[in-house]
Design a protein. Structure first.
Length: 535
């Protein structure tokens, strides 16, 4: 069967692309290798506890709500309040004024660095101002500008001038956050505490904007899975087709055919690849491409993809406790970034390469023990958002830390993977029990975990990456300027577009939606041009 557009990958990007094409009554097939949609935006239940398997909240960024509005999809969101904790100090991020409380907390913890902290907070305020402009309006890609003249003239055009004045300043803040902070303080501990819950080499513009983003966190009241499920329902309602548990193993771009693992073929006019980008270039059949320019472009991209790394991945502990959610509500909020020691993890990471090279079991676990004592924990507590997401008087926690994929892969190679997971689970519980959540170790109902290898296996993402390409790569294989984002959908392969986290850096849920819409618009434009030509 032939389709106007086939979309491969039913994460948020692929869902967005398929939804907007089905809205335009195009014949669309959305293919997903797993038996559910959403990718890294999903939830699952275990013994009555709802856990989010990837993202634990949504930042609108002028994208999420406009997308849902354009499709007529109604999802009930609630504010997801964020708190930041260091040792026994905790600040709740409730308004812009909470930044002053954060500053006061840092000054109490680092009395010897008071002036440094003041300078850093001034920089954060500047970036917050930039971001308030950058994401200050509904993204025009989701507006009907031809028919909404009021938005065009009263909102968009005045915004463009403000945007142009700020974007140049944002582009000057591309130094990695840890290096940027060195200009303002010599305290490595302070630098670590501010920057260590970001990915390696995260640009300062992105990291320093996070205090703004904390104020914008929202959560679907029924769990993260409600978000992709509602988009899936919309696609089906508009006669789009969805094939789950279907893995694509070969692409013949000249014939415009794709094949799944069972040998079934599917024909398309346009293909949108919204899955792992390395897989796309690995499975494209080059044997029938005679155009040398096209062939060379594909082969060059294949070679480049062999050299790059995915972004950091995570180790996540899922923990069910026989403790009412009120206990946690008296300590923190539903989204909690907690660092148990002000020492910071720089010294720990300075030893990582030697540990990976030695692969000595004792050294590996000694290193992990240090990491888990000094790293930052991202803790999500669904029952603080909605008590129905855990059994009565019980609470589920989702506890994540950044984890090096290469280390875990090497751990797997020396057959201590299950021991590694057990060690991390036990140590994480002990660290939190001994610091901020006294008594949890005696109230465990169940516990289990996922690692970067779990994410790689389930999502198919290169190295278990959760936000596309790493900032550490020397070659940038994704668009990294907002002014060029409309080109993010282009690939080296004829009639194949791309969308999702591998198309733009830095990425996340809003970028996945935005690139999904860009790919849909591009495919739609090409289809209309072809139809007009055939008239």
């Amino acid at each position: 069967m032939k389709y106007d557009v086939i979309v491969v990958g039913a994460g948020i990007a692929g869902l967005t692309t398929a939804a907007f094409l089905s809205k335009e009554k195009k014949k669309v097939l959305l293919i997903e290798k797993e038996d559910y949609v959403g990718g890294l935006v999903n939830s699952f239940n275990r013994d009555g506890f709802l856990y989010d398997g990837g993202a634990r909240g949504v930042v609108d960024s002028g994208v999420v709500k406009p997308m849902l509005k354009a499709l007529g999809i109604d999802i009930e969101f609630m504010k997801s309040k964020v708190s930041i904790g260091i040792e026994n100090e905790i600040v709740k991020v409730e308004t812009k004024d909470s930044l002053e409380n954060y500053q006061d907390m840092l000054k109490r913890i680092y009395p010897e660095n008071v002036e440094d902290i003041s300078r850093i907070i001034i920089e954060i305020k500047k970036v917050m101002d930039y971001m308030s402009v950058l994401y200050g309006i509904e993204n025009p890609l989701f507006k009907d500008l031809k028919n909404d003249k009021e938005f065009l003239f009263k909102t968009l055009l005045p915004w463009v001038f403000r945007y142009l004045s700020k974007v140049r300043k944002i582009n000057k803040l591309q130094a990695p956050i840890d290096e940027y902070l060195l200009k303002m303080t010599s305290s490595q501990s302070l630098i670590d505490i501010i920057s260590q819950h970001f990915f390696q080499k995260t640009p300062a513009s992105f990291a320093l904007s996070y205090f703004s983003l904390y104020l914008d966190y929202e959560y679907p009241i029924k769990g993260m899975k409600d978000f992709p499920e509602k988009i899936k329902d919309y696609i089906i309602k508009n006669h789009g087709e969805i094939a789950l548990s279907t893995k694509i193993r070969r692409i013949e771009p000249i014939e415009k055919l794709i094949y799944d693992e069972q040998g079934n073929s599917y024909s398309y006019d346009k293909l949108v690849w919204a899955a792992d980008i390395k897989t796309l270039y690995d499975i494209v059949d080059l044997s029938k491409i005679s155009n040398k320019k096209i062939l060379n472009g594909i082969e060059q991209r294949q070679e480049s993809l062999k050299q790059v790394k995915g972004s950091d991945s995570t180790f996540t502990l899922y923990l069910a406790l026989d403790i009412p959610s009120e206990y946690f509500g008296n300590i923190c909020t539903e989204h909690f970034f907690y660092t148990p020691s002000k020492k910071g993890q720089s010294e720990v990471f300075s030893k990582l390469q030697a540990v990976k090279e030695s692969l000595d079991k004792v050294k590996v676990f000694e290193w992990l023990e240090e990491l888990l004592e000094f790293t930052t924990y991202e803790i999500s507590i669904p029952a603080l958002r909605n008590k129905e997401l855990s059994p009565q008087n019980k609470t589920g926690l989702i506890i994540s830390i950044l984890m090096d994929y290469d280390l875990v892969k090497k751990i797997k190679s020396i057959d201590i993977y299950e021991e590694f997971k057990e060690f991390c689970e036990v140590k994480m519980i002990k660290v939190l029990n001994d610091s901020i959540f006294d008594g949890i170790s005696d109230k465990i109902i169940h516990r289990f975990s996922s690692s970067p290898l779990s994410i790689e296996r389930i999502s198919g993402n290169l190295e278990g990456a959760i936000t596309g390409f790493s900032f550490t790569n020397e070659e940038v294989l994704a668009i990294n300027k907002t002014s060029k984002i409309t080109k993010s959908c282009l690939t080296k392969i004829p009639d194949i577009l791309q969308a999702g986290q591998w198309t733009y850096i830095p990425s996340g849920v809003p970028i996945s939606i935005l690139t999904g819409k860009i790919a849909a618009d591009k495919a739609l434009k090409n289809i209309r041009r072809k139809d007009k030509k055939n008239e």
